[in-house]
Design a protein around this ligand. Structure first.
Ligand code: SF4
Ligand code: SF4
Length: 69
C-alpha cells in the first residue's frame, strides 16, 4: 500500500534507529523512495514500525529497494 507523505506519518518513522541508516539521510523511505546514498544492508527495522503495520507493507529495505507500492 502506498504511504501518504504526511508529517504525521513521517514522525512515526524509526529509520534513524536502524543499523543500515546513514546519518543525515532523509529516512521515511517507504513514502519518499530510495536513498541517494550507497546502502549496505545491515538489518531493517521497518517491521517494528507503526507505519509498516498501518499500511500493511511487505518486506523492508525501502532505502535500498524504493518506496512501498
Ligand atoms: S516502514 Fe520503514 S521506512 Fe517506512 S516509516 Fe517505518 S521505519 Fe520508516
Ligand atoms: S528502510 Fe529499513 S533498512 Fe532502510 S533505514 Fe529504514 S529501517 Fe533501516
Amino acid at each position: 500500500m502506498e504511504v501518504p507523505n504526511t508529517q504525521e506519518n513521517m514522525s512515526k518513522c524509526i529509520c534513524n534507529t536502524c543499523p543500515t541508516f546513514i546519518e543525515g539521510d532523509k529516512g521515511f523511505f517507504c513514502s519518499l523512495d530510495r536513498s541517494d546514498k550507497q546502502i549496505v544492508k545491515k538489518g531493517c527495522m521497518c517491521a517494528d514500525c507503526a507505519i509498516w503495520a498501518q499500511y500493511e507493507l511487505k518486506g523492508g529495505y525501502f532505502c535500498a529497494e524504493g518506496k512501498a507500492d
